[in-house]
Design a protein. Sequence first.
Length: 107
Amino acid sequence: MHKFNSTFNYKLIYIFSINLESHKGLLKIGDTTLSLEDLPNEFSIHKLTPNSSILNKAANKRIKQYTNTAGIKYSLLHTELAIITEKDKNGQEIPKKLLEIMMFIEY
């Protein structure tokens, strides 16, 4: 029997700071993907609240890909799905917002 694998991925936005004086006052805003295979069985994507352990795990995995080799220490500040849906008056799910950001900003 063949198993169906979804190719749909959700975009995950994360924000972190680098714990170095040269990066003081800067935040890194990035994105990664979260696939349905990363979720527990029978888990609804709508149960993923900002900064949930599943989102944080996916963000940390991505951040470590480009910080570990340089030995950079960082602090994960926020994670959230880029596509958020809410139900309209008929019960249909509609996109609420779509964020596509990746840059350094000053705060």
